[in-house]
Each structure stands twice: as C-alpha cells, then as structure tokens.
Design a protein around this ligand. Sequence first.
Ligand code: NAP
Length: 320
Amino acid sequence: MNDERQTVVIARILLPAGRERLAERFDLREGGLDATRADLLEMVPGASALVADPSMPVDSDVLDAAGASLKVVANFAVGYDNVDLDACRERGVIVTNTPDVLTEATAELAIALTFAAARRMSDAERDLRAGQWHGWDPAAYRGIEIRGSTVGVVGLGRIGTQFARLAHGLGAKIVYTSRLPKPETEGELGARRMELRELLETSDVVSIHVPSTPETLRLIGEAELELIGEEGVLVNTSRGPIVDSVAVAAALEHGTLGAAGLDVYENEPEVPARLLEAPRAVLLPHIGSATVRSRDGMASAVADNVIAVLEAREPPSRVA
Ligand code: NAP
C-alpha cells in the first residue's frame, strides 16, 4: 500500500541512474539544486533515508529534525567530511559513500590539472581570448614537462594510486606520503615513501589526495608552498580545507610557487577574489568526478546503499 512506503529525502538532486530505482520503491522528497539548509530541515522529518552531497552538511540538527525514522545517510560522494559521523553513530544511523566509481575520473582530472597548470594553459588562453596574443614568443608561458619530473602524491589511496599510475605512465618518478606504507604500489611503480616535508622539497608536482579530516586541515599553507617552490606545481582535487587558498594566491603573486591547479575550495562555491586574480592558476568548479560514467555510477551506488539499508541488508559501501 502506498502509505506504507518509506520516505527518502534527496537533499538536492540525484541523477536518474539512481533516482529511478529509488522512486520505484519509496516516496521521494527532493530539494532541487538550489535547496538550502532550511529547506532540508523542513523536508527531513519522518524520512527513512537521506541522500546528501558535499555541499549539504549533515549534523546533529539535521539528524534530530529527521527523528528516529532515519536509518541511513547516503552521501553522493566518496568524501564524507560533510557528515558528522559521530552524531550518526550516536543515533544508530548508517552512513554510506560512493567509492571506486569515481576513481578514474578524478585521477584523470588531476592529471589534466597537472598539465594545465604546468603548461600555464589558463594564462595563455586568457591572453589569447583577450586579444593579448601578439605572436609566437620563445620566452612566454614556459612550464615544465611531466616526463622526467618527480611527482609527489599526498595520500596514496584509491585516487592517489590511480593518479600515480597515470603519472608514472607519462614518465614521472613517483614519491608519496601516507600513514601506512604501500609496498604493492612501491613494487608496481617504484614509488618511494617519505615524510611530507621531504616530499614537498623533492617534487616538481605535488598532488593532494588525502581526505578532509581534522589532521589534514590546512596541511598545505604558506610554509609548505615555499617548499614546493618557484618552479613547483600544486594540484588539489581532494577538498578545499586541506589547502590554504589565500596562501596559494599570495605565493603565485610573489612568484614563490610555480603554478597551481585547483578543483576545490574552502567555502564552495565561493572562490577567494585574490585567487581569481592570481597568475599561473588553473581553477575548476569541483568537477573531479564529472564524467557521465562516474556520476551515473555514483548515483547508482547511492541507490544500492539506500535500498540495502531500507531492506535491512548490509550496504555495499558503509563508512559508519
Ligand atoms: P581513499 O582511498 O580513502 O584514499 C585516501 C588516502 O589518504 C588513504 O589511502 C589514506 O592512506 C590517506 N590518508 C588518510 N588520512 C590521512 C592523513 N591524515 N594523513 C595522510 N594520509 C591520510 O579515498 P579516495 O577514494 O582516494 O578519495 C580521496 C579524496 O578525494 C576523498 O576523500 C574526497 O575528498 C576527494 N575527492 C574529490 C573529488 C572531486 O570532485 N574533486 C572526487 C572524488 C574524491 P593511509 O591510511 O595509508 O594514510
């Protein structure tokens, strides 16, 4: 009977690859792309499942507004720094994410940002579009090549490892940081593990792949940028709070950092004005997982997780 169907709240939107399977089984309440926190607090009472995404914090107020009916918060992302895991655990609410399906897309975007920043593509294209290209100039827009460079991977997890494979395939030497050694990847890629400071000093390109946690907050600030140096390239496709983006803007202005390729920012969708004005910066609007295959895979994974929990089975990707 219709009135026995459980309710799934989709904080913003879920792509059809996941939404249609949920709509067959449950009543849906959907906030839409412009949904605010106030909209979420209004929609969520009585829900059995909440589909969130990185732009929608899920904290104790949201959980309390949902009430005792809530069984699962299914995040439409692999990162889950927007979800208060302890508050979910305290209330017996399961939390799930969408790993693996976005690994390739995000690793490829990190490679794209590496090339774009290393070759000054944003500045070059901006000048061309502004009518500021006055002819071939042997001294202009000189960057670095990936072949023969040292690429430092901060966080050799799923995405970091795939990024390292791609960079290795392009002829880079791989160094990495992680809390635990990764002997298999060391064997496969000849990768060498080192402390962050040594990695920053050693690498021509530094790419960030750790999750956003209290330990990784502002992992890269002014002092770390100085170690990357005036020829070095910083790439961040992980989460904004890991990198101090105003310090990145200052380092680019002062010429103490070679270039930066960023996909994520501390207070999205805000981007610091100083960063927008900085030279040698390639800035993307959080599109790491934005391929058709990856986003459909993520939507489908969200549906798998919600359906499993609401049918009293273990979800495929539980994080709490
Ligand atoms: P993952 O497999 O969990 O990899 C993260 C790695 O970071 C782990 O292997 C872990 O290795 C390491 N790590 C964790 N905490 C650390 C710490 N405090 N210090 C140093 N290393 C630490 O996750 P993933 O699937 O690769 O995703 C990584 C992140 O990418 C996500 O959390 C998300 O924020 C971001 N992401 C962004 C986009 C985008 O659109 N831009 C798309 C997808 C993912 P050890 O345990 O060995 O230290």
